[in-house]
Design a protein around this ligand. Structure first.
Ligand SMILES: Cc1cc2nc3c(=O)[nH]c(=O)nc-3n(C[C@H](O)[C@H](O)[C@H](O)COP(=O)(O)O)c2cc1C
Length: 147
């Protein structure tokens, strides 16, 4: 019988902001590997932090998380959740990022994140990703109004 479905969500701090090229390379490599391993989810990078949800069969997921956790591109991983799930929240694998200096793109970033979350129903997951997209650069303290 196949392993039960599992989901892990974490937040981490980037060692340095990812350049466009580095983000594209990470995105490309992760998409290929995740597809091969039956892993779905979403990765966001706002220039200083990451938030990622990964889901799939537990053994494959734990193996991936071990690799991700020792990746020197980030540190200070904090787990938001690590639990069995009944059904996947993400139908596919995706990644979005915003350059750290691109403060004006905050509204666009949030809109993109909301689109990526279109099929997600779990309120905790929605809160974690939307909170990440809004709070990232402190726009909420400068009168930023999410649309
Ligand atoms: C924030 C972050 C998220 C990552 N997410 C994935 C992922 O979803 N899938 C993946 O295969 N690699 C991901 N990686 C890359 C892995 O850490 C690792 O480099 C890659 O799996 C190759 O592993 P290996 O060098 O041990 O063979 C991520 C890296 C970082 C920094």
């Amino acid at each position: 019988m196949a392993d039960a479905l599992h989901q892990i969500v974490y937040i981490s701090r980037a060692l340095a902001p990812l350049s466009d090229d580095a983000a594209a390379a990470l995105c490309h490599a992760a998409a290929e590997r995740n597809r091969a391993a039956g892993i779905t989810g979403l990765l966001l990078h706002d220039g200083t932090r990451f938030i990622q949800a990964i889901e799939g069969e537990e053994a494959a997921l734990r193996a991936l998380m071990t690799r991700i956790a020792r990746d020197p591109r980030h540190h200070s991983i904090g787990y938001v959740s690590d639990a069995a799930i009944v059904a996947r929240e993400f139908g596919d694998w995706g990644m979005d990022y915003r350059r750290v200096e691109d403060v004006r793109a905050a509204t666009d970033f949030l809109a993109t994140v909301k689109r990526a979350l279109a099929g997600v129903e779990d309120p905790g997951l929605l809160a974690a990703f939307i909170g990440f997209a809004v709070i990232g650069r402190g726009e909420h303290r400068r009168g930023f109004v999410p649309r």
